[in-house]
Design a protein around this ligand. Sequence first.
Ligand code: 9MR
Length: 875
Amino acid sequence: MRRPSRRRPVPLLVAAVTIPMLGTLVPQAGAQEDRSPEPAAQEETEQIRNGDFTEGTAPWWWTPTAPAAVVDGALCAEIEGDTINPWDAIVGHDGIRLQAGESYDLSFTASASAPVIVNTNVQLSIEPYTQELNERTTLSAEPVEFSYAFTSGADTETAQVAFQVGGAVDPWTFCLDDVSLRGGDPPPPYEPDTGPRVRVNQVGYLPSGPKQATVVTDAAEALPWELTDPTGTVVAEGLTVPQGIDPSSEQATHGIDFTEVTTEATGLTLSADGETSHPFDIDAGLYDTLRTDALAFFYHQRSGIEIEAEYVGADYARPAGHVGVAPNLGDIEVPCQPGVCDYTLDVSGGWYDAGDHGKYVVNGGISAAQVMGVYERALVAGDTDAVADGTLSIPEQANGVPDVLDEARWQLEFLLSMQVPEGEEHAGLVHHKIHDAAWTGLPLLPHRDPQLRELHPVSTAATLNLAAAGAQCARLFGDFDQDFADRCLTAAETAWTAAETNPIHYADPLDGIGGGAYSDDDVTDEFYWAAAELFLTTGEQTYLDVVTGSEHHGAQAFTDWGFGWAVVGPLGLLNLATVPSDLPADQLDFVRDAVVDGASRYAATAADEVYGLPYAPADHAYVWGSNSQVLNNMVVLGVAYDLTGDAEFRDAVLTGWDYLLGGNPLNISYVTGYGEHDARNQHHRFWANQLDPALPNPPPGSVAGGPNVSLDDPVAAEALAGCAPAFCYIDDIESWSTNEVTINWNAPLAWVAAFTADVAGDDGPPTEPPAGTCSVSYLVQSQWNNGFTAEVSITNLGDEPVRGWALDWTFDGDQLVTHSWNTRLVQRGATVSASDVDWNSTIGPGRSVTFGFNGSFSGTNGSPAAFTLNGDACG
Ligand code: 9MR
């Protein structure tokens, strides 16, 4: 539609008054053009966001040759000298929507520290960079208002305002304020692209897993569905099941279940009600790449080290951030906020928490713990191959240490550095966070961040995060670097003692300028988690007493809300239930029952939810980072599956994946790079392709925060007002409250991806190995006068998992078992039967379980001649 041009009068008062007085140049404004006498047309659409820079610099961007910051209310860029072309230095604003034939007015106030002529362009932000406006603007020291009018020849959503300020020999300063571009129709109301009404896991399904899909339809009766392969052959068909109104989306849906299809295939589609789903696969290897991609995220987020193309590819390479190279002030000698302390700390390294450049101990501690948890789960299962050295593309990939531990150590070293040194007030407590003094805009690569970095006050929550993560570090790194393990334990114990004497030192909820507040006024769960980790590592009774006396000790810790950085009690329970320790048998049973109880409730939720996710807070009030709540509940389910081998728990993990990977009301995969229609504009200062096409989208394996009914950012508030819970998400880079990425969300993503990749081959009811498909190793590890310690490993050499095992043998002499571990062992005469305990009851194909015992003997102590597993010979 072509509308008559309505231009506001161009106020040239500044120019008219000041220029003659100062003898500076007369602006070359479009001012000379026809100026309509009409009154200001308020209804014309403003295309520029934050044109007066009251909200910082976002969404303005600049080339590295023009680093900018807000100075006295204007955006001022320091333009490098010795560039050749005008476009060698640019300050710009993307995301401009232009309509062909519409009239637009661009106005702004600008100045230059030295007289200079710049290009003022409104153009396509991508090739061929077609210019709709191209003016030569003469600048001087005095701020002058300019105004240009133009009619667009293009219809586009991706135009930009670009001030091309390069080409000068000498460096100079460009300042800009009150930028406005008015014209065109208001953008149409936001309508999510929900694609076909048949919703599937866009990545696919495991051959042995549940296969559920959802059709959005008002049809009252069951409808026929068809599963079709790429040649058009129908491989399965059936009838949908009407499900009524789904409260999470407020839509009517039908369900499809095609679990019966177990043959691997690619490019399948499901059709029903005249709609065809996105294509997907059935494949046991679907989670293999996500296992490493989700962990690679942490290397990308590293601070204090160059991210090298060799490991991430050219698009994601970037210089080291915050290492003290200008314009960074660096994290090497960071002062406290005024009045907080009078020392500086070297807190370089660590992971940036999210799309911002802050580093926070409370979401940093849980993230390090869950990344270490990927390793610890593998260690407990007795198979660390998938997490061994060389499994990740990181600089430490050949140092003899499992890569996932190398990655965790990058963060652990940072966490350790945040502890207040001995001799200082608050010694042993831990600074809550370190971040910029003011918020920076997007995009901004870490090494271009010019802000002052500051340490914020200590908190009990941060201190207990270090105690917990440090204790876990101590027990995992001992095999690789005893000094580091010792450092971790000392820091953890020091932190624990300091927290006990300062139990309610809470972070200020208002301390949110330049970084997140991450405040939490209930740290009883942090005490529980830290005590559990310290007990697991040291076996000390004092920690066990805190654990068993805590309100968080039991199934009640597994709430509908789930867990996350502010609620960490479940982390303690999960590790107490799985990590071998001196936990008394009755306590071990208690925590395992608690995990299984919690998981049973989450499995029931997953079965109830139309979209299969194991997360249903009251009223479906999905919170900020709801996808991580889903993932953490999937962690609980995964641990319960490890403990019991009960398929119900694995199934609920898999239907959780269905939701995350596209089988949801928005028909979007929340994991970048996975699925036909994936989230790719997550809020991030480097992966800011939506704002600057020269920058990448998030790398594959980055999970978006997800629906958040609180709509805590302006983009979400405007676009999503009135949304049904599962629709409260927008894939827009400025929607930080629905679409950010964080380390504490990707950590459970990594854990669950590793779990799923590991159990992807499990299926069906309990099985026994066919004869000849297992082996036993029986090793007398040590022997003294009349005693010995033996270690027994059973390896499943078959292709199918063994579910539930009993290994029998007969001693060759008078050996008597006095104490055993990781098994339930019964001896009658010389005959012994050792059977599984809940958590090691499944032996995957190619996997082993190991148990041990102490015994007494007289005479010789030979090894048993033969073993039977579940009644069949095993040797
Ligand atoms: O993940 C945090 C979420 O639980 C809080 O509700 C929210 C508001 O305090 O903050 C989130 O954390 C953000 C942090 O404050 C700043 N960096 C990005 C984090 C993720 O959005």
